[in-house]
Design a protein around this ligand. Structure first.
Ligand code: ADP
Length: 352
């Protein structure tokens, strides 16, 4: 097996293959690198393409003989001739699991998914209760601080004012973290059926998100440049959740920019027809060693902690969760000290 990531090839992408792919995509340190199915419109092939996985539909398995990094081949069709072809074409390093073994694996995964779903519901319930208990005292501390800062208890020495302002902003950060923690827990309790889908113009959703961040940008003298997109831009999504996702990316681009910096936002049609939304900043960037972890819950890279103390390490986890629910693809690139670019790739709404 690979040192950090297990690499899998999936053969057969109808119901079982599709369900298996959905489950595998949600597991960290597993990479599904290839999907094979004779039907290019099989549901698993479509899902694989949305996730940038290499797909093949001509009945050949050339990649499997050449790629020594594939740890496991999952054969889901149960067709003897497919199994025979795989046995002869696979690389000797790869382990081949036949349909009966895959069936058992699917049952185990389904059982684990159920356990995780029940744990998520319990966690969300607990968080709702706990956050209710913590939110009220934090909000009243803020109200008292506002009274003091407003001068209603008398003139404040400069140092006391500074401390009061810090208390206020730390309370703000704690309330924000609490709201995000709850949102994440709630998102983990729903599946695709829990989304309130409609068809929207992506450019409009983006320009609304940009408008909502204008004040934050102005405060730091940062320009948000929205590059025009003239082509078709209709997408199927849950507009509120996508607005949250875009807000997380924009907020980060502003927070991790230097004062008087530039954030560029664009939508472009890719060759495969999908729309790519890019949010590029020229700020502190992300060290290569931190990139693989930035979507993890509670993770903050050290340059980010130095630049901005009050982060919660939850925004990108929420963004990734929303992208996954929609089966959109969200990726990050960055270079320390040079800036970052986050790209959300979205399939266009089917035309009538
Ligand atoms: P937070 O911003 O509250 O720390 P996020 O989950 O939004 O949490 O982001 C996780 C981490 O990813 C950040 O702490 C930072 O290290 C990195 N990051 C996210 N967006 C950017 C960006 N635009 N530029 C540089 N680093 C970023």
């Amino acid at each position: 097996m690979g040192q950090d990531t297990d690499i899998i090839a999936l053969v057969g992408a109808r119901d079982r293959g599709h369900a298996l792919l959905e489950a595998l995509l949600g597991i960290p340190r597993i990479e599904v690198r290839y999907v094979f199915d004779a039907d290019p419109a099989a549901p698993g092939v479509l899902l694989a393409r949305q996730n940038g996985i290499c797909c093949r539909s001509d009945g050949r398995f050339d990649e499997l003989s050449a790629d020594a990094d594939v740890d496991l081949i999952l054969e889901t069709t149960g067709e003897p001739e497919v199994l025979a072809a795989l046995q002869t074409s696979k690389h000797p390093n790869s382990c081949l699991l036949c349909a009966a073994g895959v069936r058992t694996l699917s049952h185990v995964l389904a059982e684990l998914t159920d356990v995780v779903a029940r744990a998520n519901v319990e966690k969300a319930r607990y968080l709702r209760q706990a956050s209710h208990q913590i939110k009220s005292p934090l909000s009243s501390i803020q109200s008292y601080v506002n009274v003091i800062l407003g001068g209603y208890t008398g003139e404040l020495p400069e140092r006391t004012r500074e401390i009061m302002e810090k208390i206020h902003s730390r309370c703000d950060a704690a309330l924000d973290a609490l709201a995000k923690r709850r949102m994440l827990a709630d998102l983990r309790c729903i599946d695709r059926d829990g989304l309130e889908m409609s068809t929207v113009h992506l450019s409009e959703a983006i320009s609304e998100a940009v408008d909502r961040h204008a004040a934050l940008a102005d405060e730091r003298g940062i320009e948000i440049r929205l590059l025009p997109h003239d082509g078709p831009d209709l997408v199927d999504c849950d507009p509120q959740k996508v607005a949250t996702l875009l807000a997380e990316l924009l907020q980060n681009a502003l927070i991790y920019s230097y004062d008087h910096g530039l954030v560029e936002v664009s939508v472009k049609a890719q060759r495969d027809g999908r729309l790519a939304v890019s949010i590029r900043d020229h700020g502190i960037g992300i060290p290569a060693r931190c990139l693989p972890r930035i979507f993890d819950e509670d993770y903050r890279a050290d340059p980010a902690v130095k630049h901005h103390q009050d982060g919660a390490g939850l925004g990108l986890t929420i963004a990734r969760e929303i992208a996954d629910l929609h089966q959109f693809h969200l990726a990050a690139e960055g270079e320390e000290g040079k800036g970052s670019v986050f790209t959300l790739t979205v399939p266009p709404a089917p035309t009538a």
